[in-house]
Design a protein around this ligand. Sequence first.
Ligand code: NAD
Length: 319
Amino acid sequence: MMQYKPLGSTGLKVSELGFGGSPLGEEFGPVEPGEAVRAVHYAIDQGINFFDVAPYYGRTLAEERLGAALQGRRHQVVLATKCGRYDVDRFDFSADRVRSSIDESLKRLRTDYVDLLQAHDIEFGDARQIVEETIPAMREIQRQGKARFIGLSGLQLRMLRSVASQAKVDTILSYCRYNLMAEHLDEMLTPFAKENGIGLINASPLHMRILTAEGAPSWHPAPDAVKEAGRKVAEACKRRGVDVTKVALRYCLNHPYVSTTLVGMARRSEVEQNLQALSYTIDPELLEEIRLIVAPVAGRIWRTGRPENYDYANANAQG
Ligand code: NAD
């Protein structure tokens, strides 16, 4: 049975399993448009109510597809999108761009408001600009009724915490920092989020496809040792007759504070498979075996964003 959890202090209740929209933008390979729509409809029918997307995913394709799929169903979902990132290396966190960005997103999503607007991958921006310009512009959008709440997203936890302590936000989306391969979310962000009533969204439970039978996509930024450990984890699960995705998702679903675990999906079969994690319990022996495999690379991340925003002064030590 799907559980619904409060999203921080927003008053919104979100399904513990959330729908990550980046695969709708073909970030992980081609997706047949009809299949994408079927995946979204099936997810809603099965009780998934949190959908996350961004202009960046598929360079607007993911928003277009989600908008089309949500026609007539918009009221059934909590809809999140982002602003500030528009291509691999194209960022603009200025107030003007934030304002035009939400209007463009609303058009593509075929709605007049989103539930959550998030500044996307803030480590690529200037911390001061995010605090003094981006967040105030997002609050203005909230006052206009185009977004019900606002948040931040990114990989670098120290910066997320520091920005959120200088300018109040409603949610923080962190990715690849709490799953079978990663462990720093609770050390660096969860206590702060809890104390401040900030909703925590945990994305990429499959470590951006490392924890699947198929393995990482070619663009995956993780060091090879992390990918290799992921392959071994998948094999260990297979030997015990369980798919690695189920174990990986269940592990994240067990988190006591995270409001929703966002897994990327674009096919009905993936939604079906991932829903099975809701009623699954991980064998403690398997979890111990996984811990031993991952230990040498646990929590290793990679360089992303501006060097001054890295979590670790010596990013090489970690990535
Ligand atoms: P993920 O770990 O959820 O992995 C997604 C990949 O796994 C996709 O290729 C998907 O097709 C595949 N997959 C899903 N279920 C599967 C199954 N049962 N069997 C086999 N393969 C399966 O990574 P993600 O998509 O990057 O993260 C989830 C979502 O979180 C994103 O779609 C996005 O909405 C959000 N996110 C946001 C940020 C950010 O804001 N900076 C960063 C990362 C992710």
